[in-house]
Design a protein. Structure first.
Length: 178
């Protein structure tokens, strides 16, 4: 049996979990989220906890068991605490700014890059080279951070580019003179 799938999820106070036949809905102080429930996975809310089971032992069903539990846990954490992902911008002249619901990035291209912030997310700047992306949906926060990072991934020689705030860049030595 799945080690992750059989773990119970404690439902904190102030959070309501509703299990329909094909969907799990979670409502909390920060908002509400919904996730589809695969037909081979069953979910039950009992005694302030959420548990998952499966109808058969095929490999796709076993893999969906742990995945569904992890997605439900992320929804519960998201509506109570939220998620955040930090980005650091390094390089001469590289900077970012938030204007309304758009992040304007100056990354050494011939033009500034404008990225629209998706609904449900917020971007806060600490100075002009450090940003924090916050939201209740873990997948949306991570995907938007990855989309911004993809514009200028960090390079190993000088460390220029956009990196996650907890990411370590392995530096290379470069050429040596003869």
């Amino acid at each position: 049996m799945s080690r992750i799938g059989r773990m119970l999820i404690a439902i904190p106070t102030g959070v309501t979990v509703t299990v329909a036949e094909s969907e799990i809905q979670v409502k909390g102080p920060k908002g509400s989220l919904a996730c589809p429930l695969p037909p081979t996975i069953t979910a039950k809310v009992e005694d302030g906890s959420l548990s998952f089971g499966r109808t058969d032992e095929t490999k796709p069903t076993r893999s969906l068991h742990g995945l569904t539990r992890a997605l439900a846990h992320n929804m519960i954490v998201g509506v109570t605490n939220g998620f955040e992902r930090g980005l650091e911008i390094e390089g001469v002249g590289y900077r970012a700014d938030v204007k309304g619901d758009t992040v304007v990035l100056t990354l050494g291209f011939s033009h500034p890059v404008d990225m629209k912030v998706p609904n449900g997310l917020s971007v806060k700047m600490n100075g002009n080279t450090s940003m924090m992306i916050q939201g209740i949906d873990k997948e949306a926060v991570g995907q938007f951070a990855a989309n911004i990072r993809r514009l200028r991934p960090p390079e190993p020689y000088k460390g220029k580019g956009i990196r996650y705030s907890d990411e370590r860049i392995r530096r290379k030595v470069g050429k040596t003179g003869a």
